[in-house]
Design a protein around this ligand. Sequence first.
Ligand code: NAD
Ligand code: ZN
Length: 249
Amino acid sequence: MTDDTIRAIAESFESAREVLVFAGSGLSAESGVPTFRGEDGLFSDEAIVELARAGILEREPKRALEWYEKGRRRIREVEPNPGHYALARLSQTADYTVATQNVDGLLERAADAESVELPVHHLHGSLDRICCRECGAEADASLDLSEMPTCEACGGLLRPDIVLFGELLPDEAFDASARAAASADVCLLLGTSGLVYPAAGLPERAAEAGAELIEINPNPTELSERCDTIVRGKTGETLPAIEAEMPSS
Ligand code: NAD
Ligand code: ZN
């Protein structure tokens, strides 16, 4: 990353009224949460690809729920990284909306620690919530999914409240993110491969509505060509560097 690019991004943030952050699993990589794609990505294992697809909870509930319960434990053990904290603090400089594909809750934990109110829309749900596979009722999040608990209301099997590949996105989160895309001055793409639709269509909407697209990712992505400014770096290093360039810091 060059200092000039970092300074230019800080200037864009400084003059922006509305910022849409489009976040992916790379934002949490430096917390020790593996991504799906990229180096050491979980998707190098075909069995894990299968666990992320719609239908797995019906076909192999025991194996899937054990895997997701392991993921739930893992995210409780890890901590937000410097990228999460810097983003939480930066969000005080303009009207920020976060549309995240992450299911880990780490950004909210950083925002809480910084005493910051940050609207985060979960396009792909949250691992820390569980719900009924049959009736959708929310259930006690402290239940152990690997024990295959059932719904108090209808007896259906409980599941993590996340969106598997092939399932529909929650309308509310997507609509709120699409509205933010339509009015953002800046759209910040953090640690996302841009391959998962319809979520990955949000930066395109923002660009069409006139937003500057800024990508922070160590690797080229499907959305790179569309971006106005690119930093080939890690979010855990780049976001604190941008924050340090903000005149207010
Ligand atoms: P992805 O796994 O497809 O791609 C990860 C991206 O992060 C890659 O482009 C990679 O170059 C980049 N990256 C890796 N380390 C980085 C770093 N330190 N800083 C910045 N970027 C870095 O991720 P995706 O685009 O979010 O899409 C995959 C799906 O995976 C999403 O639907 C999401 O729900 C799910 N997922 C979420 C988590 C999580 O919640 N932490 C983890 C794995 C997968
Ligand atoms: Zn139920």
